[in-house]
Design a protein around this ligand. Structure first.
Ligand code: G3P
Ligand code: CA
Length: 268
């Protein structure tokens, strides 16, 4: 069943990298915090040197882990692609949140530092651990595959589908990417996998034709090109539209009125 058809609700709010204002982004703690507050979870995937998908937004480990401390010698710029899973599992992906306090939620007392003192707040999840979380909590997941230069599109799609197959248990998943060659290959190999094409500031001139050619069930875009998205026309072809990142409640109302199915947000 296409991802967006699995919801009874019409207007959906997705937790962008988990509930990242109160827990370190892209950790199981951020995903668990989102349960009951958001309708689904968006997260980012990168491939390790030994071809395991892990949950990480940046291509480099530097911003959200202690990689530079744990591996001080000649590993800069600390690309995920240069580290094995065994090395990545030694890293702390939570302490940066306490130190940088990216949303001021520690300083203003919203987040008790003690609540971050758990392995779920510190560990970088693998895709398998994330799928287990999704199945256990019955939480739909939007898995965004980040663009990678150390593997071909064919390899990325193959590894991704192997990971899904390996998991096996039922979990509601939507794959998305800015690299549409991944989407194309995944849909060719496994047409039953729900997929979204991601866009930033600009859209193809024939958006409908482009998405139909990709066989994508969804169009995910930044808010800037939203006025150019023919939401109802796309829906008639079975394509749902979603926007990132929308935190303003009035803007959410307006976008839902226009027919957008989902909005990615940092707060419920
Ligand atoms: O999937 C939408 C959005 O997450 C894309 O931007 O940079 O937060 O991954 P980014
Ligand atoms: Ca993302």
């Amino acid at each position: 069943m296409p991802f967006y058809e699995s919801f009874d609700k019409k207007e959906l709010i997705a937790a962008h990298r988990g509930w990242q204002t109160i827990r370190p982004e892209n950790t199981i703690a951020a995903f668990e915090a989102a349960v009951g507050h958001f309708d689904f979870i968006e997260l980012d995937l990168q491939l390790t040197k030994d071809d395991v998908f892990i949950v990480m937004h940046d291509a480099s480990l530097e911003r959200t882990t202690d990689a530079a401390l744990k591996f001080p010698n000649k590993r800069a710029p600390y690309l995920v692609a240069d580290f094995t899973l065994e090395e990545i599992e030694r890293l702390d992906a939570g302490s940066w949140f306490l130190k940088s306090d990216p949303f001021g939620s520690v300083a203003n007392g919203r987040v008790d530092p003690k609540s971050l003192d758990s392995p779920k707040s510190r560990k970088i999840p693998t895709i398998q651990e994330t799928l287990r979380f999704g199945a256990a909590f019955n939480m739909p997941l939007n898995l965004e595959i980040k663009r990678m230069s150390h593997r071909s599109g064919e390899e990325v799609a193959k590894i991704f589908l192997k990971e899904l197959e390996e998991f096996g248990a039922p979990v509601t998943v939507l794959v998305s990417s800015f690299d549409h060659s991944y989407i194309k290959r995944i849909k060719e190999e496994a047409p039953q996998t729900s997929a979204a094409a991601l866009f930033a500031k600009s859209l193809p001139s024939d958006l409908e034709g482009y998405l139909l050619n990709l066989k994508a069930e969804a169009c995910h875009a930044e808010t800037a090109p939203a006025p150019q998205i023919p939401v109802s026309k796309l829906l008639k072809k079975g394509i749902s539209s979603a926007l990132y990142t929308v935190n303003d409640k009035n803007l959410r109302k307006e976008l839902f009125r226009r027919g957008f199915r989902a909005l990615f947000a940092n707060e419920p």
